[in-house]
Ligand binder design. Sequence first.
Ligand SMILES: Nc1ncnc2c1ncn2[C@@H]1O[C@H](COP(=O)(O)OP(=O)(O)OP(=O)(O)O)[C@@H](O)[C@H]1O
Ligand SMILES: [Mg+2]
Length: 321
Amino acid sequence: MEPALKINNLQVSYYTDAGRARALDGVNLTLNPGEKLGLVGESGSGKSTMALAMMRMIKPPGRIEGGEVIIGDVNLTTLSEEDMLKARLSRIAYIPQGAMNSLNPVTRIGAQMVDAIKAHDTGMSKKEIIEKSMESLESVDLKREVFKMYPHELSGGMKQRVCIAIGILLEPQVIVADEPTSALDVITQRQVMETIDKVQDKLGAAIILIGHDMGLMAQFVDRVAVMYTGRLMEVSSVKDMFTRPKHPYAVDLIHSLPNLENKGVFKGIPGVAPALLRLPSGCSFHPRCSQAIEICQKDTPPYQEIEDNRFAACHLFQEKA
Ligand SMILES: Nc1ncnc2c1ncn2[C@@H]1O[C@H](COP(=O)(O)OP(=O)(O)OP(=O)(O)O)[C@@H](O)[C@H]1O
Ligand SMILES: [Mg+2]
């Protein structure tokens, strides 16, 4: 099967007065059509940076320093600005963090959808564009009437659905949703996740769901990617990640989840994530790692396949024979 998405050695730095922060440090990832991947990691680990880099939407002082993003047979990295503009929404859709709060408050939902399509000169007539927008609303379980409404007339969950509806207007092969359910109550979170599930099924798109809530994510994704200081530490199937995580950071993350044994108490991971400007030598996690060995202070572990379909960057695991 041809992968829907291939990310090779993607690198992003932010150049600040205090120095260069490598926010994305060589990320590699392959997603199949229809696959759902959850991207988790502490605040500041680089999740949104990865999404923005895939869209080529990194703004100064940030810069994409290398790597490629390939969707189907199109290498986004080498597209002209104009072609990249077309690729956004038609090949890859990004539902930004806090999207529902960035809907224009004085413009009707329908007009915002029509504008999104118009920006892409699809050759559709006005009537077709309106019909397409209404269908898109229906596919996220909103009524056609929402087309005529203003954002303030909608609940948080409905606004988030509108953002999803805008994201899927041009039937992209890859959808990246950045914390689509944060700031929503538990019930609404589930409903929004179910909606994402449904539209994804319909489109057969690959999806990257960015989030903090491992528990919620576990119910919806096929694989989980754990990010730390701009690097993927482990990528495994949900089952493997939850039943036998390999990377010590992934182990800590899973064990810090509230469960019945610890009576729902959040344990946390000792220590704090290091600032990107002052990353520890070797493996950036070594100062917090309970299993660190000598080499961890010196050499950055390569990210490699350690078992069938499991990837990790850790000196404790050798490349599969
Ligand atoms: N505009 C910017 N200028 C300088 N540094 C930035 C900028 N944007 C992000 N960074 C740095 O890049 C790193 C990654 O940020 P990013 O927003 O990708 O993290 P995140 O994983 O999405 O966090 P959160 O869970 O809080 O959304 C952070 O350490 C941050 O300090
Ligand atoms: Mg973010």
